[in-house]
Structures are given as C-alpha cells and as structure tokens.
Design a protein around this ligand. Sequence first.
Ligand SMILES: *Cc1c(COP(=O)(O)O)cnc(C)c1O
Length: 358
Amino acid sequence: MLNFTVGPVMCDESVLALGAIQVPYFRTNEFSEIMKENEKYILKFSKAPNNSKVVFMTGSGTLSMEAVVMNLFDSSDNVLVIDGGTFGHRFVELLEIHNVSFTVIRPKFGHSVSECDLTPYDGKDYTGFLVNIDETSIGVLYNIKLISEFCKRNNLFLVVDSISSFLCDPFDMEKLDVDVMITGSQKALACPPGVSIIVMSPKAINKVEHNNPKTLYMDLKLAISNQERGQTPFTCAVSILIQINKRLKDIEASGGVDFEVERIGSLARYFRSKLSELPFEIISHSLPNAVTPLTVTNGRSAYDIFSVLKDEYDIWVCPNGGDLKDKVFRVGHIGALKEEDFDTLIAAFYDMQKRNLI
Ligand SMILES: *Cc1c(COP(=O)(O)O)cnc(C)c1O
C-alpha cells in the first residue's frame, strides 16, 4: 500500500514498530521525561518565544481547535476568521457554538488572502484572528507574513491552525508574533491519529489563566499544570506520544525542522514537475508543501480516479467532498514517502491513461 493522502499518512518503520509494543503505565518518571522531551522539540521546531508552553491533547486536531476557541476567547471577544474551505469553516462553527462574535473573511477561491481582503478591517474593534494557515481541503497556503503584520498593527491575538503546515512550510512563531499554534499527530508528524498539540506564547498562557471555560477535558489550565511535570490530567494516547518522541528525535538527528521542511518541499516540487503530460491542473495559486490539489481537465471524475487507484493499484490519494467530489483530488507529500513512491504514482496515472481511465 502507498498512501498519498493528507492524513493519516505513512509512518516510518521504526515509528510503526513502537505502536506494536505493550503500552507502558504512564504515571512514571520515565514517561514524564519523554513528555518533557516532546515539549522541548515542539518548542524548538515551532520556533516559539521563550517561556512558551506546549500541551498534548488526546483527540484529533479538531479537539485542539475547540479547546483553543473555548480557553482563549469568550463572549467579550470579537474576532476575524478566514473561511476558505472545510477547515476554516470548522473554526466558524466552533465560534458560533461557543458564542464568540466573529466576522468571516473569504478569500477568492484558490488564492491566499490579499492586502485588499484585510484592509477593510484595519482599525476596528477586533480582538483576535483565527486562520488555518494551510487550508488543506483545497491546498491553499495563506500568507502568514501579511496576516502577522495585520495582527501586529491592530494588536490582535493570533491563532494559527498549522495542523497540515507544521514541519512542511517555513514557520517562526516568535518572529510572526503568533500566540497559539495548533498541530496534530497524523499529518507531517507522520504518527497515528489521536494526539493534537497546542503551543502557547506567554501572552496565551496568561489569557488561559484568566479564563474559565465550562469544560473539564478541554481545560487548558489543567493541561498546562500537568505538562509542567511531564504529565496529562487524564490517560493520554501513551503509544502515540512515544511514537511522536521517536519521530521528533529522528527529525532533530537528520538536520532539524528546516531540513524537514526542505525535504517535504522538494518532494512536492518533484511530483509537480512530473504532471505536464497528464490531464490535471493545479487549482491553487498559493501552494503549500504538504499537498497538491488537482482538478481533472478532460471531464473524467476525480472521485473515480481515487477509487480506481485504491481498488486496482493499492494507492491512496485524497478525494474531496461536497461540490468538489468529482472535480478535485489531492496528492499529499507528507509521511514516510520518497521520490520513487511518486514515480510509482505517476506510472499508475500513465497506466490508467493507457487503459482509457483518465
Ligand atoms: C487535518 C486538519 C485538521 C484536523 O482534523 P482532525 O480530523 O480533527 O484531525 C484541522 N485543520 C487542518 C488545517 C487540517 O489539515
């Protein structure tokens, strides 16, 4: 099986093997050391400012998105949110559920936000800004520098869902003045799904300490105070946290976050350079490194291409849903993939073309 989806993705063999061992009891010094090491590497790879903190939540990325909305905002806030696809829309739904006032910014389809999208909101009474920096559903990477400058000049609290961008695209939490960054285990961290991660700046930690959300499981005050001793308030996804530890150490040993970003970027460029003879067109004008969103230009169904690849070639690409189901599919560049794997995928496309299937 070859998996080119955008999560869950292929795990490295050594990480995979750690998922097969008996789960150790976790209220121990040994496990606390692993968790402290995990925090150290996440802080380093996100380039977080001094005195930032990390919490590891057991649950998928959406759990951390919800925890952030509940713990960092309340009914006295008024925020801006970019709704450019499925994940942007998820923030909108969460803000609605938790009674946080918001205004939606909807960039042109397939494009990043522009200065024109933001200037109408300069100098207004907004308090925060939420963005999924890589809108994974359509493969659009928003311009984080532009957003960061807008937030700085308007003194906005900036939340970045970097779930599919962390380790893939250049990111510097301190320089960009990002207050909260969210990521998850099943994207470029290339571990099984089940853990999501929240990095908080000192400003964010202070905000959490003064907020009283109505939740126990998602109370970030509890998560922060437990992580101080390398623990979690409740039973965590122990095995996945051990796998994350191995993966983080491997990234460090092979050159660190910048090297990993370059590795994934070069796989993305490699794949994109092989498309010219195929009836596909890239729909995004601002491509992230994690994924290439493709539309089929000869009228064939994108969903059928996904199905045939899965059933007849044992290759997984990522289908789209809703209105885009027959129009768009995506090829991910994250996980334990090499150039040869992309050669295999391209060869499968050519074979399908020969069989008159695309
Ligand atoms: C994958 C992803 C999520 C998380 O989705 P879950 O299914 O809850 O893990 C959130 N935001 C973005 C941008 C993503 O790519």
